[in-house]
Write a protein that binds this ligand. Structure first.
Ligand code: ZN
Ligand code: ZN
Length: 368
C-alpha cells in the first residue's frame, strides 16, 4: 500500500481548531482502517472544544462517523467478513470486552484503561482518546479512522444514503434511551427536548410500540417537526401555565415513560413530575459536569416509586438504528440540513452555535 495521509481537524488545546495531516499506517492483521465519508457535528464536539468535557487534548473530534473499509488486515477480514469498499458504521465506543461492565453488555460503562496504548477509561472515539495515542486516527473529523480488533463494526445497507447514514449514532442514542425506559407496546411516552435526538426518540418510541407520544419543547417549528417523527401531540412549555396538566390532556393521564433530552436541570426536575405512579423516567440529556438537579424526594419519587434511569451513549442502539434508517419510516433525511467540507469546520461550528439558517443537523462531507 502506498503511503496514505489523512486530513484531520485537531483541537490541540482548549478553544483552538487546526487542520493537520497524519500518516495512515497499514493495518495490523486484527485491525482495519475506515475511510470516513460523513461525520455528524454534535453539540458534544463544541463542549469538548470549550474544555467542558475534561482535558483530552490534542484531540481529533468526531464520534458520529460512517464510511467504508479502506484497508483491512487478514484476521480482521476473516473475523468480520468484510473486505475493502464495504460500507460500515463503527460504534463510537471501543469496549475493552473484558471488564465486568463490558461482559454484562453495558460497555458504555467500560471501566478499563490501557495505559500502554494510551487508551483512557471509557474509550470514546472523538471524545476522550487523545491524538497522542498511536496512530492518532481516533476521531471522525478526518479522512481515516483506526479500527482495532475490539471495535464494534456494523455493515451498512446500500440503501441508506451517506448523509442519512451519518445519523446512525444519534439514532442509536435514541434507541438506548427508549430501551432504558423499557418502552413497550401500548405505553404512553412524554419527551422533553425536540433537538435532533429528541425527534429521533419520538420515532424510536413509536417503533418500539408506544401508543401515544407527546413532545414538550419551547420552539414551535421543532414541535411541528416532532409530529412528523411520530409525536401525536406537542406542548410548548412557554405557552402553557401547567405543563403537567397539558401532558395529562395529551396522553389521557400521566406518562408511562418520560424521556428527558433537553440537558438542563429544570427539564430533569420537570420530568419526574410527568410520570404516572410506578412509571419510568429516562434522563438522557447532558447538563454539564457541574450541574446539580433537585427532585421532590417523597412527593415526586418515593411515594410514587418512580424508576429514574439515566441513559448514557449508544450501547446496544446501533442494530435498531441501522434497521430504522433502512426502513425509512420517518423523514430522517430531512434532519441533515447542512453539509460542509472538512476545511469549513469553523463555518459549520458558527452555524451550529448560533442555530442559524434553521440548522438541525450539520455534517462534514469527507468524500462525496
Ligand atoms: Zn453526538
Ligand atoms: Zn470494559
Amino acid at each position: 500500500m502506498a503511503q496514505t495521509t489523512s486530513r484531520q481537524v485537531v483541537f490541540p488545546e482548549r478553544g483552538v481548531i487546526e487542520l493537520a495531516t497524519a500518516d495512515v499506517p497499514e493495518p495490523a492483521p486484527d485491525e482495519l482502517v475506515m475511510r470516513v465519508r460523513r461525520v455528524g457535528i454534535c453539540a458534544t464536539d463544541l463542549h469538548l472544544l470549550e474544555g467542558h468535557i475534561g482535558d483530552p487534548f490534542p484531540l481529533v473530534p468526531g464520534h458520529e462517523f460512517v464510511g467504508e473499509v479502506f484497508a483491512i488486515g487478514e484476521n480482521a477480514a476473516d473475523a468480520r467478513g468484510l473486505s475493502v469498499g464495504d460500507r460500515i458504521a463503527v460504534e463510537m465506543q471501543l469496549p475493552c470486552t473484558e471488564c465486568d461492565r463490558c461482559r454484562e453488555g453495558r460497555y458504555n460503562l467500560c471501566d478499563r484503561d490501557d495505559p500502554a496504548a494510551g487508551l483512557p477509561v471509557g474509550r470514546e472515539y472523538g471524545v476522550n482518546i487523545p491524538r497522542t495515542a498511536a496512530p492518532g486516527l481516533w476521531g471522525g473529523y478526518a479522512d481515516h479512522l483506526q479500527v482495532p480488533a475490539e471495535a464494534i463494526v456494523h455493515r451498512l445497507p446500500e440503501s441508506i444514503p451517506w448523509d442519512t447514514a451519518a445519523l446512525v449514532e444519534p439514532v442509536a442514542v435514541s434507541f438506548r434511551a427508549v430501551q432504558r425506559g423499557r418502552v413497550a407496546p401500548g405505553d404512553t411516552v412524554a419527551i422533553i427536548g425536540p433537538g435532533p435526538v429528541g425527534l429521533l426518540i419520538s420515532a424510536a418510541a413509536r417503533i418500539q410500540g408506544a401508543s401515544r407520544v407527546v413532545m414538550i419543547g419551547t420552539r414551535d417549528n421543532r414541535l411541528e417537526l416532532a409530529r412528523r417523527f411520530g409525536s401525536d401531540d406537542t406542548v410548548n412549555s412557554r405557552r402553557v401555565d401547567d405543563v403537567r396538566q397539558a401532558v395529562v390532556e395529551a396522553l389521557g393521564g400521566l406518562a408511562d415513560v418520560v424521556i428527558e433530552i433537553a440537558g438542563v436541570p429544570d427539564a430533569q426536575s420537570l420530568a419526574v413530575t410527568l410520570a404516572r405512579r410506578g412509571g419510568r423516567v429516562v434522563l438522557a440529556g447532558a447538563c454539564g459536569w457541574g450541574a446539580d438537579v433537585t427532585f421532590g424526594s417523597d412527593r415526586d419519587l418515593l411515594t410514587r416509586e418512580i424508576d429514574v434511569l439515566p441513559s448514557f451513549l449508544s450501547a446496544g442502539g446501533y442494530e435498531p438504528s441501522i434497521a430504522a434508517l433502512a426502513a425509512d419510516d420517518y423523514p430522517y433525511a430531512d434532519l441533515v440540513t447542512h453539509r460542509f467540507p472538512l476545511e469549513q469546520v469553523e463555518e459549520a461550528y458558527d452555524v451550529v452555535r448560533t442555530k442559524r439558517d434553521d440548522v438541525i443537523k450539520a455534517v462534514l462531507v469527507l468524500e462525496d
